[in-house]
Design a protein around this ligand. Structure first.
Ligand SMILES: [Zn+2]
Length: 191
């Protein structure tokens, strides 16, 4: 490793040593991901954040990897039992999963766009919509993954309408708990 601190000062500046600077020097700095705020924000439940973080890091190619290592007799999707189960297929191409955004949009009134959100200004109402979008976006991943596991372990797959109702329930419960007494009239009207 290249020396960062010599002769009682940092080689990149004339500053003396501090623990903070030492930590920053030791850790590997990665460019900030565009989806960080969607995943790690105070509105997201930890379980939703964890699953969406795994998706963003290509961490849920579970069956494809098990099959590749010879630990699984087939690589077919646990939900549709037709196509190979890659993460891409499971969340975006599967006959079941790809209908989720359409059904969710019918009740929430805006498009669920993977990995991004186009904010409409800085008003209080816009902030609520943005947080709600993040919440629903993560919730879709979480519930699709739950259905995949339920189908794999218990051979039970919820009807799409019921699954989307669960996403809605999660979102409404969280919005109510975060709302408190701080919501302005614009936010209340939208909600
Ligand atoms: Zn499938």
């Amino acid at each position: 490793m290249k020396a960062g601190y010599q002769n009682d000062q940092w080689t990149s500046s004339s500053k003396g040593y501090s623990i903070r600077d030492g930590y920053e020097w030791l850790r590997t700095k990665q460019p900030k991901k565009h989806w960080v705020q969607l995943v790690w924000n105070s509105w997201n439940y930890p379980n939703l954040a964890l699953i969406s973080w795994l998706v963003m890091n290509q961490g849920l190619n579970v069956k494809a990897k098990l099959f590749q290592f010879g630990c699984c007799p087939d690589n077919r999707c646990c939900i549709c039992d037709q196509d190979p189960e890659t993460q891409e297929h499971l969340f975006f191409d599967c006959l079941y999963s790809r209908q989720v955004p359409r059904l969710v949009e019918q009740w929430c009134g805006f498009k669920i766009i993977v990995g991004s959100y186009a904010s409409n200004g800085r008003s209080a109402g816009a902030r609520l919509k943005k947080q709600t979008h993040y919440l629903i976006w993560s919730s879709c991943y979480y519930h699709i993954w739950s259905q995949r596991n339920s189908s794999r372990v218990h051979l039970i797959l919820l009807m799409l309408e019921n699954m989307v109702a669960n996403i809605r329930e999660d979102a409404m419960r969280r919005i109510r708990s975060k709302f408190g007494g701080s919501a302005g009239s614009e936010e209340r009207t939208w909600f």
